[in-house]
Design a protein around this ligand. Sequence first.
Ligand code: PGA
Length: 251
Amino acid sequence: MSRRPLIAGNWKMNCLKGDGVALAEGIAARLKAEPPQADLLVCPPATLIDAVARAVAGTPLAVGGQDCHAAKSGAHTGDVAAPMLKDLGASHVIVGHSERRSDHGETDATVRAKAAAAHATGLVAIICIGETEADRDGGRTLAVVGSQFEGSLPPDATPENTVIAYEPVWAIGTGRTPTNPEVAEVHGAIRALAAKRLGTDGASRLRILYGGSMKPSNAEDLLALEDVDGGLIGGASLNVEDFWAIARSSR
Ligand code: PGA
């Protein structure tokens, strides 16, 4: 089963309107001129989704949010609901990023509810899971990632409405990555768990991204691993050339 890779940029809390639109336009222009063997997605901050979606309308570059609330609307000051993202042109939303889990106390149950809200709205949920450095040092990586996977996937998850992003917390923004065999081991374990939830065929269609210090110099090796179906890229997604180089590294 060949899965089309997804190369997703997580801009985090970066970019004002001018920079964000220029970045998205730069990526969209490359994409149009030289279509890569991958789907491309950018996830700007919520404030820029409208401007970015307008700037790339009619190109294959998809736009997503970085988080959504579990409710469709209501008294939740400062939050953004999945239908609001969709209304602006988003097709995807990241949920359960480790920065949300740590900065906002999000649990697997919160993440599961957010993913279900995304699905109910017709958005693809990119569900993030990953161990801390203490987990890895303690030999608990597979146990932690496995329990996050089980706890964060809503019952209605399918390979079409869900993407998993394996992001070791200690690799995010640090320039450090697990070794290729370590990444392969975790991705293989996630696919085996997915087979129990989605069946063998479903699991074989599920995209599992790697995230955490992916950059042009390591992307080709990481993306060549059997069960790595793309990347969730933070720092290197803020530069057209770097993001493009990663996109072109995908098989
Ligand atoms: P990084 O971030 O590429 O800057 O390590 C990845 C992420 O947090 O999604």
